[in-house]
Write a new protein. Sequence first.
Length: 565
Amino acid sequence: MIAGTNENEVQKKPLNFIESIIEDDLSNNKHQQIYTRFPPEPNGYLHIGHAKSICLNFGLSENYKGKCNLRFDDTNPVKEDVEYVESIKEDIKWLGFNWEDEVKFTSNYFDKLYNFAIKLIKSGDAYVCELNAEQLRKYRGTPTEPGKESPWRNRDVAESLTLFEGMKNGDFDEGKYLLRAKIDMASPNMHMRDPILYRIRFANHHRTGNTWKIYPMYDFAHGQSDYFEGITHSVCTLEFEVHRPLYDWFIDKLADSEYRPQQIEFARLNLTYTVMSKRKLLELVESNFVNGWDDPRMPTISGFRRRGYTPESIRNFSDKIGVAKRDGFIDVALLEHSIREDLNKKADRVMGVLNPLKVIIDNYPEDSEEYLDAVNNPEDESRGKRKVPFSKELFIEQEDFMENPPRKFFRLGIGREVRLRYAYFIKCTHVEKDDAGNVTKVHCTYDPASKGGKSPDGRKVKGTMHWVSAKHAIRSEIRLYDRLFSVENPQADKEKDFKGFINENSLEVNKIAMLEPHLKTAKSGEQFQFERKGYFCVDKDSSLDNLIFNRTVTLRDSWAKIKNS
């Protein structure tokens, strides 16, 4: 099962189709131990779709007491960077997983892959081709029409070996030659029509520098890397299903033992209101639609981490959506439900007023103040209580007051009484206004006998409001994040650029919020529930002089309502 479940849960849950394959393989002694791998390309930051794959691959190895490698598919030096390597390692560790032995790289196998390519040339299964990119497209054919054989398909083996060595030594310009497998130009599977194995590329590799002038293509390098490492179950997303015959063809041609890694495909994660392409996410970053890869609006793991998501919530989300054989969309509300569900148990409750309106309690002693008990988390008594200051002047939310409220407005209005959370009953007597007629101050009286918010005589009030003491409040910057896109599927309209669906209100910056002083020393990444407002976490750029909170998610849980309806 997906990591994050205990043994009893594993026993109760039905097996998914990958687990069924693994259990059959183990029971038939096909394998003594399962060995999986997570093979990201270091050309961008990981997103929530990768998180599902991480949970699956590492989770399978944990639950079946196997092993899992982290192997970087670093075969395209033009797009790769050490920054991405380090960010991916950090993301995996943050999710709670560790890889087998040291980190592995496809570049570790460049010599072996080169020798395998020579083996294919010598066996007549590969040749050096001179078609350029445009000619390749024409010769390849279409899904309904067979391709055409390259004029160099039957080139002499010795000549191909000489040219391939020259490619390796950098004797030719980029694009002059390609090494191609010789399979079947009439195959209905386009990937089997003499695919490219190697291309010339003069680029500095983040690990091998300028040593190599040729680089293997993914389809050739990936399966052989699995073979070199002894991977038993090569789990990948569904778009690689049509690549599987080629994966098996290379292994069959090159393996020198009976062992074979098995490629198994599962449905990739598609979320509503989200794009899941690293290329498109890079566009958002480079075009400054977001503030970097870890912008809390991004579906990257680093973005979710900065926004306040927990590793447990993402693992539990992966567990909930399960492992399917067909692609589909998952409602992002389920992901939001998962973080609410987790933070509800973990996050301390605090009081913060985002749009403050001053309340003056006229009958409270002028210079008096007191400290009241407030529960940190009603879901966890061990979290204890804290002291919150109370004084004559308070801040409440502007939306919690109406001068002439309707009958079902259960908050503060002239002549109306409400309960202040953990404090007292207060009743509004009159207001002050500015020249434009806006209410600037609300005057109230309080009932000293209602301390702790308890009714002294059995009378009932229907509204309970959060507040902060004006004298003790600390000002904070609050970043209110919403979904980055305004439509469920921003890529559905092929005629319109996905960036045209960006939600202009995906970020609102509030610099007037007032918080209880308890939060002054909150550390980067700490999570809290602002009562009645949502879950928030301290941003990494926060400081004692500039306290910054990111809204992780609101309290409203549409998924829970759907689930329980």
